[in-house]
Design a protein around this ligand. Structure first.
Ligand code: PRP
Length: 545
């Protein structure tokens, strides 16, 4: 029997019996909420012309789209999401100047990505697009619908973070940040590297009020006081004030709707989707390491289809919601453990030493006779486990650990979606390009050289994006210094701490890539749902560091 007949390709799956029943029931509940909020059902085709999802309109890079040709040779794609299709329909079929319309949809979407580790390439999305109303009240109506929908499927604990696409753009304009620096800041925010953002803000030579507004980008705990202070600072800068005032108006609307307790502001929230123009938001709950809902305002998208109408939308990925519902155990918040993944070795030892200073202990973890994998501090409701360095960001990204301690080298190399919140100040070393003295010339003359490394991503980033030098990268797993000695490579890209290994082998540092140290990373959902505990931990650690 041909095995391929029984198996499905990577990224798609069968659903049957109970599991499918659960999915259908969940979809019904969501649909009921949308109907109660006055939504009209809409269905669009599974595939459309490529242009509908092209870069400036769509959210998915072209390389991640499933593309094929129709009989006339047009490129068509399986829809990666719904928003552009709904915008197209709204522009075509509705008189939006007469009356705003709320359209709801449910259907499968397709993303052909190779780095969607463990995620489905075909998943069911459902959501709402509210078209023709650009008010803060419309924003609040949509957020209220999200809260109702999440409650309807049995999830009570949720947090929605709200940012504003215009706030970030206005900051850049007012501070006259040049293109290169803006790109750097966007990247830092994209990587949720709050440390980097903080340093960026501190180094800006701008008025104090503007600096304070920039600092908000790295603030993951915006209080009412912070917000009011930001409003004051923003009043000097018309464009920033515009964004802030619309958020303030939204704040009032949310209070009126009684849902302010589910909402917090995150000014550093940016989106790679070019079409967002106003608020952007993401909703989080326990049981899933990533947002359960995402959305935002896109007032210019419809102009691509020939109509000018403001719009705001949100989408749930039903398959992820199912996971969240089944793992969103009814454990009371105060009974939840905070789980730490510690990079094995020196890092873990030093980390626990610092933790001791703030009253967090876990002696058992270093007992040489134990084969246990998880260590618990019942009193403080904390759990610890040791993992290989490169695995730490993976545990944290998926929410299997709330917090991770790992070297900056691993963070850069693994490039996971986690918050980088604290430099622990130990494990200091440098990432360098090293080799024999003779290799210096090869580097200077931009020759095509062979680079051996345990860190191919860091090496690629350095040579291709920073130096613009073409290189051949050879991935190794350890004792990298051997490679140039035995002729496997010309140079290496590796960590240098004391420099002893290099010296003893007749090699030296030829170029420096970056400084490294131990960092604390946090899962994006934990950052919202356990904000109080995690911010206290960060504050306590900052005090002793
Ligand atoms: C690291 C690094 C260098 C060495 C640098 O290797 O890859 O080889 O330490 O330290 P030094 O500057 O103090 O000599 P590690 O000991 O982690 O083992 P590995 O070579 O197997 O990666």
């Amino acid at each position: 029997m041909n095995n391929k007949l029984l198996h499905t390709p990577d990224g798609v799956r069968d659903l049957y019996n109970e599991e499918y029943k659960k999915k259908l029931s969940l979809q019904d509940k969501l649909h009921q909420v949308f109907e109660n909020h006055g939504c009209i059902d809409i269905q669009t085709p599974t595939f459309e012309y490529f242009d509908v999802f092209s870069n400036q309109i769509g959210t998915t890079p072209s390389k991640d789209l499933f593309k094929f040709f129709d009989t006339e040779g047009n490129t068509v794609v399986l829809r990666p999401d719904f928003t552009p299709s709904i915008a197209r329909c709204a522009a075509k079929y509705f008189d939006l100047e007469e009356e705003p319309v709320k359209l709801c949809y449910m259907g499968n979407t397709f993303i052909n990505s190779s780095d969607y580790q463990g995620r489905l390439k075909e998943s069911t999305q459902c959501g709402v697009e509210f078209i023709g109303d650009g008010s803060a009240n419309a924003d609040a109506q949509m957020l209220a619908m999200v809260v109702d929908a999440v409650k309807a499927i049995g999830i009570e604990d949720m947090q929605i973070s709200i940012g504003h696409a215009g706030f970030f753009d206005a900051l850049l304009t007012e501070a006259k940040v040049d293109k290169k620096a803006a790109k750097k800041l966007r990247r830092l925010l994209d990587n949720k590297n709050f440390l980097g953002v903080e340093a960026f803000a501190e180094n800006l030579e701008v008025e104090e009020e503007l600096k304070q507004l920039f600092c908000l980008l790295a603030d993951f705990d915006i209080t009412d006081e912070d917000f009011n202070n930001a409003l004051k600072c923003a009043s000097k800068y018309p464009k920033i004030a515009e964004a802030m005032n619309s958020l303030d108006e939204l704040r009032t609307n949310l209070k009126e709707k009684g849902i302010e307790k589910y909402v917090s502001f995150e000014f550093g929230m940016i989106s790679n989707y070019e079409y967002y123009t106003g608020i952007i938001f993401a909703g989080y709950t326990y049981g899933l390491g990533e947002p359960i809902v995402k959305g935002g305002r896109y007032d210019t998208l419809l102009s691509n289809f020939g109509k000018d109408a403001p719009a705001i939308g949100f989408a749930f990925v039903v398959d992820q919601l199912l996971t969240a519902v089944s793992t969103n155990k009814s454990t009371a918040k105060e009974d939840r453990y905070l789980t730490f993944a510690l990079g094995k070795g020196r890092l873990a030892k030093k980390t626990l030493k610092i933790f001791e200073e703030i009253g967090i202990t876990c002696e058992e973890i270093f007992d040489p006779n134990t084969r246990k994998l998880i260590f618990v501090n019942e009193e403080l409701k904390l759990r610890f486990f040791l993992a290989k360095g490169p695995d730490v960001p993976t545990y944290v990204e998926h929410g299997a650990a709330d917090i991770g301690i790992v070297g900056k080298d691993t963070i850069l190399e693994e490039d996971k979606n986690v918050y980088e919140v604290l430099d622990l100040g130990f494990g200091n070393c440098r990432m360098c390009i090293c080799g024999p003295e003779s290799a210096k010339e090869l580097l200077q003359h931009q020759e095509q050289i062979r680079v051996a490394t345990k860190y191919p991503q860091i090496a690629k980033e350095y040579f291709y994006n920073k130096k613009h030098q073409t290189v051949e990268i050879i991935k190794l797993n350890g004792s990298i210094e051997l490679a140039p000695i035995v002729g496997l490579s010309d140079v290496i890209c590796d960590i240098v701490e004391t420099g002893a290994t290099l010296r003893e082998n007749g090699l030296g540092v030829l170029e420096e890539v970056c400084n490294l140290s131990a960092r604390m990373i946090v899962n994006q959902v934990s950052m919202k749902m356990e904000n109080e505990r995690i911010t206290k931990l960060i504050r306590d650690l900052k005090n002793v560091l």
